[in-house]
Design a binder for this molecule. Sequence first.
Ligand code: CMP
Length: 300
Amino acid sequence: MFEFQVKERRRRTLSFRRTGVSAECRAADESYVPRVVLKPDAAKKRIEAALEKNALFKGLDKEQINTVIDAVEEEKYKAGDVIVKQGESGLYFYLLEAGACEVWLSMHNARNPQMVKIYGPGDSFGELALLYDAPRAATIKASTDCILWTMDRSTFRTILMASTRKKRNLYEDYLQNVPLLKTLDKYERSAIADVLEPEYFVAGKEIIIEGTPGDKFYFLEEGTAEARTRGAVVMKYGKGDYFGELALLNDELRSATVMAVTDCKVVSINSESFKRLLGKLEDILQRKKTEYAAATASTS
Ligand SMILES: Nc1ncnc2c1ncn2[C@@H]1O[C@@H]2COP(=O)(O)O[C@H]2[C@H]1O
């Protein structure tokens, strides 16, 4: 049998609480006093680079980013180390700077956990226990030597909890009803919610232009749109439909123009997140190509 042994490490580093708390921090948690773990400028630059790669930190202002940079603490793990263990209580949120970590899940008290994904640089984990006051939902194990930045619970709850929860709640129902995502589990859909960027297009405006390079994938959240090739309508889109996948999947130019028929709200995903989060749906996405070919043939 496969048993992970771990107790989340408790920090021994000297840290202090900063006085002169910003109004924003006080608003989020009256008792919060920012934590400061002293570190050289070079370390601050590394943290900033890691934060830039992670969608959860995107909406933060400069002051909040500085609070995060002050508060996090470096941790190194060796290949094979267990960083968090499913079922235990959670103390920290983790941002992976270097190395790779495996996610292991034990479903319904099954004895043998399954590895469900691998995290790489810029990925983060450990938010669920802190967001919902719940036991760790999965076990995370270093698959190579790793460098992580760990954030204490109080900083996480003050700086990141509201924005993360808001985005996940906002898109939970919508994503659950997107047919393409039916085979994903709730956690995989919330990872998609984290990276969605809303965009608005007035009726008649092009969302995608045929023959141009593509760097985004879109879900249509509100309104209707249509795809045209050489002027002929080849596809109509409504709420929950998606487009823009072919250029990203096949590294090619946009093969059609997609235009808003009514005012539209779309949510987009950049190509890096698309490959990371929707990669396992590639077969379903590629199948759509046959549908496009048939529609195009019937108009010519
Ligand atoms: N499929 C999954 N289900 C639950 N947690 C997952 C999954 N994949 C990755 N995780 C991460 O594993 C972490 C384990 O600790 P948390 O429950 O705090 O937060 C969890 C998520 O960040």
